[in-house]
Design a binder for this molecule. Structure first.
Ligand SMILES: CSC[C@H]1O[C@H](OP(=O)(O)O)[C@H](O)[C@@H]1O
Ligand SMILES: Nc1ncnc2[nH]cnc12
Length: 291
């Protein structure tokens, strides 16, 4: 099977460079419009698709992002492997602004978002015990290190609803009691939806600030975040450019089973399925619904 790398660019990363045959493609999905058109092309012989999570010009808030449409659009285009790149606050002294963290766990505190492609008439339960793909995480780490970034391997991402940053009490709770490492507003339900869509998913947290817990840094200042974001985005583009050589143009089945997540997940029996919902699931779950 051919590899197609999908990159979801977070705050500060609204385009990538160097794609051969680059074109912005409009993708229609049954879940509504994605955040923006998708930039497609080829890099080192590997197909690529880039989607700015908030849209070019930063139009969508963490709550208004149509996460289902974004994941569906990437799947519909043929993406096999998704790298999420996000601006995050840090709960760890050693995870400093400018560093990248390869996230491998999440605590989902979001509450105002559509969290599943499935529902009445087609019920499915996938495992998200290990919500990221170790194979992609290793590639992201190698690519970021080659780009000269300080990388931390593994970390728990607290996904908050936003758009306001956390209170001091929340920041301390997430850090001291829940043991989280980074905080952001967008990786949930994105990671859960990627799993439902049988896409391998890795999350790279680009640290911009120390949230509000750090005694020497005070509260989160958006001006500081933006300054750090610009440097981080350059490093992220360098990292992304190195991914095709690491993954290669041909792909085996995922050794961790991300691409078979729906194998036994759908509980609704064929005669009881809702035809309208099943039709909407053509890209996401066609592999198992049409067999
Ligand atoms: C730039 S400050 C907060 C904003 O940045 C992060 O976005 P993303 O995860 O897409 O990089 C964070 O989640 C908030 O949406
Ligand atoms: N401190 C923070 N909290 C939530 N999202 C963020 N994105 C960047 N910094 C953040």
């Amino acid at each position: 099977m051919k590899t197609m790398i999908g990159v979801i660019g977070g705050s500060g990363l609204y385009e990538i460079e160097g794609l051969e045959g680059a074109k912005w493609q409009t993708v229609e999905t049954p879940w509504g419009p994605p955040s923006d058109d998708v930039l497609t092309g080829t890099l080192n012989g590997v197909k690529m698709a880039f989607l700015p999570r908030h849209g070019r010009g930063h139009v969508q808030s963490p709550t208004s992002i149509n996460y289902r449409a974004n994941i569906d659009a990437l799947k519909r285009l043929g993406v096999t492997d998704v790298f999420s790149v996000s601006a995050c606050g840090s709960f760890r002294e050693e995870m400093a602004p400018g560093d990248f963290v390869i996230v491998d766990q999440f605590i989902d505190r979001t509450f105002a978002r559509e969290k599943s492609f499935f529902g009445p008439g087609c019920v499915a339960h996938v495992s998200v015990a290990h919500p990221t793909c170790p194979r992609l995480g290793a590639a992201a780490r190698a690519a970021a290190e080659a780009a000269g970034v300080t990388v931390h391997d593994g970390g728990t991402y607290l996904a908050m609803e936003g758009p306001q940053f956390s209170t001091l009490a929340e920041s301390k709770l997430y850090r001291e009691v829940w043991g989280c490492d980074v905080i952001g507003m967008t990786n949930m339900p994105e990671a859960k939806l990627a799993r439902e869509a049988e896409l391998c998913y890795a999350s790279v947290a680009m640290i911009t600030d120390y949230d509000s817990w750090h005694p020497d840094h005070g509260e989160v200042e958006i001006t500081e975040i933006i300054a750090t974001l610009m440097g981080n985005a350059d490093k992220a583009r360098d990292m992304v450019a190195r991914l095709p050589a690491l993954l290669g143009p041909e792909r085996e089945d995922c050794p961790h089973g991300c691409d078979k997540a729906l194998e036994y997940a759908i509980l609704t029996q064929p005669p009881a399925r809702n035809e309208t919902l099943v039709a909407k699931l053509d890209a996401v779950a066609g592999r198992v619904l049409n067999r």
